[in-house]
Design a binder for this molecule. Structure first.
Ligand SMILES: N[C@@H](CCC(=O)N[C@@H](CS)C(=O)NCC(=O)O)C(=O)O
Length: 306
């Protein structure tokens, strides 16, 4: 059994970010495919209901959101680095661009162009989940979405304008993963992708280099096996709650953590870590006894339970 378990599904673009991180670091990992739709009874006891994927499990510690997962992989396995030349701040900040400005129109195109082929239950579910998409006018909006996606492709082309092999120079890094995953999504979901990408010559060569990168040493396991791993493990000692945090919370408080963008499903638990980068909650539930679920601070609202 590998130490790292990724709960994801193969078509997930955010999942592809983390599969590439495993590849850059040459890590072995176990893959759990989650159903395309909730309920997800084998992952919910680990996450407290956090709705998005991917989720990284290491024993009884659960890491949500690709920004935090990337940082945690770097902390545990520093070499080879995801963040060469001290680029962590830059690359995580760049995710604010690619996870929304670039991803959102790509997700709109994926839904709008393929609606007739997507099972109606998934469309209904994603209507609630993707609160930034107006499903009533998605088809009418396709030309606009193409312009938005294409403008981001043009930015990537310019990132590579001086002939560099990767976004930060000679070696691939998390900055490339940021820029790449919406392109990967477009190739998979947008029938017109070859025509859309055609004008961007440097991007296409770089895309081929990214596509050729490894995705780590993967083994498939099922959700029951992952739950058994959590049950048999104890979480790491939490980092604690900073006293000068603006929210003035204390360790042991019952709090709710909710993404502030889309998929706003709250997770309730006992506060164990609160600092500038991270918030973590202890959850206790029958099938796993005790887990600690970690979220990035950026993009997540933390509130005392009322
Ligand atoms: N900010 C999150 C975004 C993750 C996200 O939006 N994931 C999509 C899949 S690519 C998702 O959860 N979709 C709904 C679902 O699969 O239930 C991250 O970086 O991990």
């Amino acid at each position: 059994m590998a130490d790292l378990i990724l709960h994801h599904h193969d078509p997930s673009p955010f999942g592809e970010k983390i599969r590439l991180c495993f590849g850059l670091k040459g890590l072995p990992w176990d893959s759990v495919q989650v159903p395309m739709l909730p309920p997800r009874p084998l992952v919910e006891p680990l996450t407290g209901g956090y709705r998005k994927i991917p989720v990284l499990q290491v024993g009884a510690d659960i890491y949500c959101d690709t920004r935090l997962i990337a940082r945690e992989l770097e902390r545990r396995y520093p070499q080879p680095t995801l963040f060469p030349q001290g680029s962590e701040g830059l690359a995580i900040a760049l995710a604010a661009w690619s996870d929304r400005s670039f991803f959102d129109p790509g997700a709109g195109l994926s839904m709008g162009l393929n609606r007739s082929m997507i099972p109606p239950a998934i469309i209904e579910d994603r209507k609630d989940f993707f609160n930034f998409m107006d499903f009533d006018r998605l088809e009418d909006d396709l030309p606009h979405l193409f312009t938005q996606f294409r403008a981001n492709l043009a930015y990537v082309e310019r990132m590579l304008a001086d002939g560099r092999r990767f976004v930060l120079g000679d070696a691939p890094s998390f900055a490339d993963i940021d820029a790449y995953f919406p392109v990967w999504m477009a190739r998979g979901n947008i029938g017109d992708a070859p025509r859309l990408l055609q004008p961007f010559e440097r991007l296409r060569s770089w895309e081929a280099r990214m596509d050729a990168l490894p995705r780590g040493l993967r083994r498939d396991i099922d959700g029951e096996q992952a739950l058994a791993v959590a049950r048999a493990a104890s979480p790491l000692e939490p980092l604690g709650v900073e006293a000068d945090d603006p929210l003035r919370l204390s360790a042991g408080d019952a709090v709710v953590v909710t993404p502030d963008d889309y998929g706003r499903i709250p997770v309730t638990g006992e506060l164990v870590t609160l600092n500038v980068d991270e918030v973590a909650l202890r959850l206790r539930s029958a099938p796993v006894d005790e887990v600690i679920v970690h979220f990035p601070r950026l993009g997540y609202r933390v509130e005392r339970c009322r």
